[in-house]
Design a protein around this ligand. Structure first.
Ligand code: MSP
Length: 650
């Protein structure tokens, strides 16, 4: 086995909230890379963990009446449990409250200071607690709001240590220039270059106005300062390998890849390499920034109540199916939209039809004609063309992995499946058997089994639970050895008797995400007398109406074709909604707190279409949108699948 090393990291997650689909996405990509590395023989170290210091966490803890440490312990445990439930193959789960991490950060601070990169001054400016970022006034929106998240910033004026980031501009630019793959996707590298070319300010790297953070090294005798949370957090990538304490794993450095989301690229692509240069440490090979997940077209947020819970999805649809969906659906770097329909389509079509059915066909053919036996010894005699085609595809896969092109990897991996399915249709084993061409039919079985063997191995990093089921039905285990035989080598599978296994991807009908809803309260008196227009009351005191009263309300499906904010209003959005009439309806809706105008365009809504027009802030509103609001926020009610505009609801 080669002793080349691969160090793969996820961001460390803030402990101010529980994990959502965005966190799961980063972690699953990193897990895929780690599994691929190990399988292909690299000595791999996979790191994940939690980012526990800073003002944001301190506030979240205090809001809940807990100490920051208690709160961090609680949330860090939920992340760890989730990753364990998801069988994430991390080698270390780091917490920034770990004692050796704190020591390592202090050592780094001293080293940067010794190198002349740290000086003390006064920081005056604005700070966004949510993004844990300083902003100069020139970058604020309306002189107050954070340009990243839109929240109000606080004015800070305090003594601070500074890192001479400005001194690193040239060296950073040189690094980007001479390492075209250092930031992936490459378009992001150009963005970073443009930003750095614009000039860099020195960076404030300590705070004095709160104390939930790593203290400065005792040698500096300056106890009122704590480290800036991003210096503390970024250092985790080194301290996890023992930097500054027990350095036995430090040889894994430099990282093969830091996986991150696009929102934290600046910290990783500018601050982090500059810190590393100051520490005289080599720079990472790749910093790979993925895009953002939305849900049904809308930005996810707790206040909107539309956050996708990864555990709920994995429990409802299968963990490996969820992994496959996320990696196949979105080109790396692009934004992705989570919808149940897209997920179900992928499972039924790619996994069920293309992969699952192929295995079923093999089980069926072997059972029917050869008592389950598969013998591949004559494959190349009859099907060399197909084998060549398959081996060509397999050989193209590896480069996609560390270029982060996992969607292309999967696309290419599906070609062998198509070769196999087409071969069965073309050569028709049933006809061969009728004509007594048994050897050819058996060789076809061998071809299909060999293709499935190769695909199961290459699919393993993405689907680590399902792939071994396929390989075990084919009589082998996925390992570095089978990789060497079937992937880098061109072996066909050994003779074996196929194991009948239940379908791996039973067809899923579109259903709601599995979540428990309170039992519907059925009104007891639903009998309607035409004369009786007066609403009755149910036992629970709810006004009861008859069905035709209900149908007096015209409810229709519509698509938002235009949306804009109503100037000077904190609540209102002005929407044009196509409900299948000649011109779109104008609807003024009080939903700005939960939805941005852009996120609504192109999405479907339910409209009360026969309300008397009303005027809101001087604008005519010709309808109302159905929505549900509880303590977690407001969600629009939408059709589960696309419906024609103007479709009646009822
Ligand atoms: N603690 C910092 C990272 C420090 S790394 C030295 C942090 N934490 S985070 O919990 O807010 O975010 C962690 C990761 O989740 C980021 O990579 C971020 O991009 C990702 N995501 C958070 N929401 C997301 C989506 N809606 N979609 C995709 N990923 C998103 O930032």
């Amino acid at each position: 086995m080669s002793c080349k090393k691969a160090y793969i990291t996820t961001p460390i997650y803030y402990v101010n909230d529980i994990a959502h689909i965005g966190h799961a996405y980063t972690t699953i990509i990193a897990d895929t890379l780690a599994r691929y590395s190990r399988m292909s023989g690299l000595d791999t170290f996979f790191l994940t963990g939690t980012d526990e210091h800073g003002q944001k966490i301190e506030h979240s803890a205090l809001d809940r009446g807990k100490t920051p440490q208690e709160y961090a312990d609680e949330i860090a445990a939920t992340f760890k449990t989730l990753w364990d439930d998801f069988d994430i193959s991390y080698d270390k789960f780091i917490r920034t409250t770990d004692a050796d991490h704190k020591l390592g950060v202090q050592k780094a601070f001293l080293k940067m200071k010794e190198n002349g990169d740290i000086y003390k001054d006064v920081y005056k400016g604005h700070y966004c607690i949510s993004c844990e970022t300083f902003f100069p006034k020139t970058q604020l929106v309306d002189d107050e709001f954070c340009p990243e998240c839109g929240r109000s910033t606080t004015v800070v004026e305090e003594e601070s240590y500074f890192f001479r980031l400005s001194e690193y501009q040239d060296r950073l630019l040189e690094w980007y220039e001479s390492n075209p793959d250092c930031i992936l996707p490459k378009s992001k590298r150009n963005e970073v270059i443009r930003f750095v070319e614009g000039g860099l300010d020195d960076l404030s790297i300590t705070r004095t106005s709160f104390d939930w953070g790593v203290k400065l090294p005792a040698e500096l005798n300056d106890p009122k300062h704590v480290m800036y949370v991003w210096l503390d957090a970024l250092m985790n990538y080194l301290t996890a390998l023992g930097y500054g304490t027990d350095e036995s794993d430090i040889d894994y450095w430099p990282a093969r890849v830091h996986l991150i989301g696009k929102d934290i690229l600046r910290f990783h692509a500018i601050y982090w390499p500059a810190f590393l240069m100051s520490l005289d440490m080599p720079l990472p090979k790749h910093i790979a920034a993925h895009g953002w997940w939305t849900r049904d077209g809308a930005k996810m947020s707790k206040s909107k109540g539309n956050v996708v819970n990864p555990k709920e999805v994995a429990d409802a649809y299968g963990l490996d199916n969820f992994r496959y969906f996320m990696l196949r659906e979105v080109p790396f770097g692009g934004d992705g939209d989570f919808s149940q329909k897209a997920l179900i389509d992928r499972i039924n079509s790619d996994l069920g039809n293309d992969l699952g059915n192929l295995l079923n066909r093999l089980i069926g053919m072997s059972g029917k004609y050869f008592e389950g036996r598969v013998d591949s010894s004559k494959v190349s005699e009859y099907y060399q063309t197909e084998l060549d085609e398959v081996n060509d595809s397999i050989a193209k896969l590896e480069p996609f992995v560390f270029e982060m092109q996992l969607h292309r990897y999967l696309e290419e991996l599906w070609r062998p499946l198509s070769v196999a399915n087409k071969a069965i249709d073309k050569y028709q084993p049933w006809a061969m058997m009728k004509e007594g061409r048994e050897e050819e039919a058996m060789a076809l079985n061998g071809l299909i089994a060999t293709i499935l063997a190769k695909v199961s191995i290459m699919l393993y990093p993405i689907m680590p639970q399902i792939s071994p089921k396929i390989s075990s039905a084919l009589g082998f285990e996925i390992s570095h050895d089978s990789w060497s035989r079937y992937i880098t080598g061109d072996d066909v599978v050994d003779e074996f008797t196929i194991e009948k296994i239940p379908p791996l991807f039973p067809r899923i009908e579109e259903t709601l995400l599995a979540h428990v809803e309170p039992e519907e309260k059925k009104p007891k008196d639903t009998k309607k007398s035409k004369k009786d227009e007066k609403a009755k009351e149910s036992d629970e005191g709810i006004a009861l109406i008859g069905i035709d009263q209900f149908f007096q309300t015209s409810l229709k499906i519509g698509t938002v074709v235009e949306a804009e904010e109503v100037a000077k209003s904190k609540k209102l959005l002005l929407l044009q909604v196509d409900i299948g009439e000649e011109t779109p309806r104008q609807v003024v809706a009080g939903i700005k707190e939960w939805y941005s105008a852009e996120s609504l365009v192109g999405t479907q809504v339910c409209v009360v279409a026969n309300l008397k027009p009303a005027k809101l802030m001087g604008m005519k509103s010709e309808g109302m949108l159905l929505a549900a609001k509880d303590s977690s926020g407001l969600s629009l009610i939408r059709p589960e699948t696309l419906k024609a505009n103007g479709t009646d609801i009822g």
